[in-house]
Design a protein around this ligand. Structure first.
Ligand code: ADP
Ligand code: ZN
Length: 708
């Protein structure tokens, strides 16, 4: 049975190995046991029930709360040749009826159903007459009453266990926290289920947060998109509908395709915008948090926040929508002091009870602390979810550009005294004016120009003062009065600083967002010289997608196209090795893509010298090295020499010439750098590797390191 799972992974999905706990989870479910699966977004949860449903007899019933998500998954499965269907309110009665008949006849591997339909007596009795493989409960955190995605129908799902005690159940979620996990287990009666918890790290996402005065946040956003994501899909989150509209308009005026999405728009506009986001390739959605759940688009390359999210959970969930395909992605945020005040006011004016409000304020405070960190963001993020990362990650802004700190004890004392002397009744702007000794009527009217703090902060400019106040709030030395008008209050924690018993180190504001240059390198995986091929492959994918009426990523993910660019497969056999190419897609698409790659290879193969050229042509026509040697009546060593030259001049990729695993390549590279004496002699390297790799392999790897 487990062999069968692996065969399906290879031949249907086109993937070579299982990820995270997929293998154990699949085994568990195939054997008829229950499982609770916690895996981050993009971790690969779907396979955990799709494969068991295909291996076990009968149909796998998948409960999913979101219609869009259901349709996406079913379309993608059908593309792979899997018998999948969905039942929800968008179908006509007769189509729904057809699908029910297919279920009863045992023709479906997977059936996706909305929870409210599943729980009807009619449907349950239909299920009782069908042969069932398993129940998968997707987005299982929807049972949690405290969570933001609560679905009352989810609570009733425990009925499944009572009605079908022998059918294995698997509940899946990307929500990491402990209370939600407990609730899932308890409410769905999954006490006996095996629990699988994966790390919640999303290593391909680069976390970057900067602080700004709101007026130039938009400019910075635009520059970020232009520099790093000019041709990419992305999501921009804003706090209010108005800001969503304004930002979308502003970006559109700059020539980008930016569409608004918020609950205040008519349903058809919202749907049309979402549809364009899914089916076109370079659309930016500007949204309130209402957008995102159920958006399964794997190639969202960036998520930008123009405001502070209200909690670390929300930040993690929203940024998590970037890079589901595992390719590099950016989580970029820009926020200012005003956000804190606005959010606090919003929380205060909500009709939640006091206990709830306190939790919300606490969560916001944690988010603020996270934003002002001077150490690795990923470590802090994972720690927040009781996960652990031993070393700084190297892929967040504070790792890439370490934050400088400075001793701010004295200025902090000035700021705090100013709050105290003005009786904790004023907001940031007023306090800064007093500190800077501004002359205006209000200050005079209150007599604050007579205070000892008046004008004592002239050496510091207004921008710096804002940064200082923001950090004092983030560190809980000052609090924003929730009932008042954003006036600042002293907290218990500020006493030691005021009394001079504690030094306070604050972060220095960087002038520019320095992570940019580095971040950019992370994101352009495609070399300039390969851009033509990349664009041609993308265009081919788009044409096929339009013909079939599916989003481009359903044809192939970016990762697959990227591999095509790297390896430039020339034959069906070589094409079948690309990640994500299973039997069905090989048959359906290989020819179209191979044609483009072959054309490209030919068009770029004109510069090498004639004999190298000839060898290269033969290789591209699909011949192995031995066969080329035979045909040309040359020694294989000579052919390898030609190919090494071609590799070095960038006309062919290493992987197209030699069959070496990534690990082997790494080993050889290491040996080359450790033992080369600058002369390119390979004997010492060959010896150091105990003759494990032939000279021609070493030569080719060496050539690949010299590509110019
Ligand atoms: P989740 O539901 O956990 O967010 P998905 O199930 O949508 O994640 O999987 C995320 C992406 O990873 C999908 O494109 C999926 O095809 C791919 N994927 C899943 N498992 C594997 C695997 N073992 N090898 C390669 N890619 C995988
Ligand atoms: Zn880091």
């Amino acid at each position: 049975m487990e062999d069968k799972a692996l065969t399906i992974l290879n031949s249907v999905f086109g993937y070579s190995e299982f990820r995270h706990h997929q293998k154990e989870i699949i085994k568990q479910v195939i054997n008829g046991n229950d499982a609770v699966v916690l895996m981050p977004t993009g971790g690969g949860k779907s396979l955990c029930y799709q494969i068991p449903a295909m291996v076990r007899g009968g149909t796998g019933i998948v409960v999913s709360p979101l219609i869009a998500l259901m349709q996406d998954q079913v379309v993608a499965l059908q593309q792979l040749g899997v018998q999948a269907a969905f039942l929800n309110s968008t179908l006509s009665a007769s189509t729904a009826n057809d699908i029910e008949q297919q279920l009863l006849r045992g023709e479906l591997d997977l059936l996706y159903v909305a929870p409210e339909r599943l729980m009807t007596e009619r449907f349950l009795s239909l299920l009782a007459r069908a042969s069932l493989a398993l129940f998968a409960i997707d987005e299982a955190h929807c049972v949690s009453q405290w969570g933001h995605d609560f679905r009352p129908e989810y609570i009733q799902l425990s009925v499944l266990h009572q009605r079908f005690p022998n059918i294995p159940r698997i509940a899946l979620t990307a929500t990491a926290d402990e209370p939600t996990r407990r609730e899932i287990i308890q409410r769905l009666s999954l006490e006996k289920a095996h629990l699988f918890v994966s790390s919640f790290d999303r290593p391909n996402i680069c976390y970057r947060i900067s602080q700004t005065h709101s007026s130039n946040a938009r400019d910075q956003l635009y520059r970020f998109i232009l520099n790093e994501h000019e041709n990419d899909a992305g999501i921009v989150y804003c706090l209010s509908r108005k800001k969503v509209e304004q930002t979308a308009q502003w970006l559109s005026a700059k020539g980008l395709t930016a569409l608004p999405y918020h609950a205040g728009l008519p349903v058809d506009v919202r749907q049309a915008n979402q549809q364009r986001f899914l089916t076109e390739e370079q659309v930016i959605i500007v949204a309130t948090i209402a957008f995102g759940m159920g958006i399964d688009k794997p190639d969202v390359r960036f998520v930008a926040h123009l405001n502070l999210p209200k909690s670390i959970e929300a930040y993690y969930q929203e940024t998590g929508r970037a890079g589901r395909d595992g390719q590099p992605a950016n989580a970029w945020m820009m926020y200012g002091l005003q956000d804190v005040i606005t959010l606090k006011k919003m929380m205060e004016s909500s009709d939640a009870d006091e206990a709830h409000k306190r939790i919300e304020h606490h969560k916001l405070q944690s988010m603020l602390g996270f934003s002002e960190l001077t150490t690795c963001r990923r470590q802090a993020l994972l720690k927040y979810f009781s996960d652990n990362l031993d070393k700084p990650c190297g892929n967040c802004d504070t790792c890439i550009t370490p934050v400088e700190t400075w001793d701010a004890t004295e200025v902090a004392q000035k700021a705090l005294s100013c709050v105290y002397k003005t009786n904790q009744r004023f907001g940031v702007n007023y306090l800064i004016d007093v500190l800077m000794g501004k002359e205006h009527a209000r200050i005079k009217q209150f007599g604050h120009d007579k205070l000892s703090v008046y004008g004592i902060g002239k050496q510091t400019d207004a921008k710096q003062w804002r940064s200082i106040f923001r950090q004092l709030i983030a560190r809980n030395l000052l609090a924003v009065d929730m009932e008042g008008f954003g006036n600042l209050l002293l907290t218990e924690q500020c006493r030691p600083v005021l009394r001079g018993e504690q030094t306070l180190m604050l972060r220095k504001e960087s002038k520019q967002e320095k992570a940019r240059q580095r971040g950019r390198k992370h994101n352009t995986n495609i070399k300039e010289s390969d851009k033509t091929l990349w664009e041609a492959l993308r265009a081919c994918r788009k044409t096929l997608a339009d013909e079939k009426g599916v989003p481009p990523y359903v044809i192939f993910h970016d990762a697959a196209l990227m591999e095509m660019v790297e390896r430039q497969p020339q034959t069906q056999q070589q094409f079948s090795k690309i990640t994500g190419v299973g039997e069905k897609k090989l048959k359906a698409y290989a020819d179209d893509f191979l044609k483009i790659i072959q054309q490209y290879s030919l068009s770029t193969a004109s510069t090498p010298t004639d004999t190298v050229d000839e060898t290269l042509q033969l290789l591209r026509s699909g011949l192995q090295v031995e066969a080329i040697a035979q045909q040309r009546n040359l020694k294989t060593t000579t052919i390898y020499n030609h190919l090494a030259q071609a590799i070095e001049s960038g006309h062919v990729g290493l992987q197209q010439v030699v069959e070496l695993s990534e690990a082997d390549i790494k080993t050889i590279q290491n040996a080359l750098s450790a033992f080369s004496d600058g002369s390119r002699k390979l004997k010492p390297v060959y010896d150091a590797l105990d003759g494990t790799f032939d000279y021609h392999l070493l030569r080719c790897v060496q050539a690949s390191l010299e590509v110019n």
